[in-house]
Design a binder for this molecule. Structure first.
Ligand SMILES: [Mg+2]
Length: 266
């Protein structure tokens, strides 16, 4: 497995945050913000940050592919890189753009390095606090280089998490609505990277997800897996970013996730 130095990725994230993202935080002008695909917000900081991340990550592995959320919005063909390139970076330059636009504190840079279907490394970086969460396949999950393990709940009625509120197939509408009553609290951070970190820590317990864009999930999935959590799709398979699948449950344990699947009747 290719050896990536943690400090190299930290430096890239720190500099992109300092020079591109944070100067625009609570300082966006009207022409910095627009909508893409109808309803998703994008800012000049998302686009500039992704370009800089791409330039720096491709220096670390020159022959690698690159899939960025913003580049994808204008060129869907880049997804071929998962099959065609040996190593591939996946980047969400700002996860939680809506929070960023509103001047709220939960937004993150997310990066993953994959080789074909295998997630090798991932990083979730919080610009405001300079906190780096990262995971290495078969080696663990770390926050500021300190190894963490999940310590969550197993009963749904004690659990806190989120349920996507859009993009469900109509056949699931009623089940998803009823499911909300099973948990102690259902509340989204509107920044899935933050949710993945807190699920890994057991401070949150689940996320029930629809519409799976790879940059939203690859980094967090490795983090929660290596922390001891579990993920399962509605076909009862682990998340696979190279396959088209729209529904996923991420939770503190496999048993916990199976309880949810059983409640949903899938
Ligand atoms: Mg984003």
């Amino acid at each position: 497995m290719v050896n990536i130095k943690q400090e190299d990725i930290h430096d890239v994230c720190f500099n992109v945050s300092k020079n591109i993202i944070l100067p625009k935080y609570q300082n966006l002008k009207e022409d910095d913000i627009r909508y893409k695909n109808g309803s998703d917000l994008v800012t000049s900081a998302d686009i500039a940050a992704e370009k800089e991340l791409k330039k720096n990550l491709l220096k670390i592995i020159p022959s690698s592919g690159f899939i960025g959320e913003e580049e994808y919005s204008t060129n869907h063909n880049i997804l071929k890189s998962y099959q065609e390139d040996d190593y591939c970076w996946t980047v969400d330059p700002i996860d939680g753009t809506t929070n960023f636009v509103k001047g709220k504190d939960k937004f993150a840079i997310m990066i993953a390095l994959t080789k074909k279907e295998q997630i090798l490394y991932s990083w979730i970086y919080k610009p405001l606090s300079n906190v780096m969460s990262h995971a290495i396949f078969n080696e663990g999950s770390f926050i500021n280089n300190k190894k963490i393990k999940t310590n969550g709940v197993n009963s749904l009625s004690e659990a806190i998490g989120s349920i996507s509120n859009k993009y469900w197939a109509e056949k699931y509408w009623d089940q998803i609505k009823n499911l909300k009553n099973e948990f102690a609290e259902v509340k989204s951070y509107r920044c899935i990277g933050y949710e993945y970190v807190d699920i890994g820590l057991g401070q949150r317990n689940f996320a029930i997800l629809s519409k799976l864009s790879p940059w939203d999930h690859i980094p967090g999935i490795l983090f929660v897996r290596e922390a001891g959590c579990s993920d399962i799709d509605f076909d009862r398979q682990p998340y696979n970013f190279t396959k088209k699948n729209n529904n996923l449950i991420v939770g503190n344990s496999k048993e916990f996730n199976l309880q949810i699947l059983n409640k949903l009747g899938v």
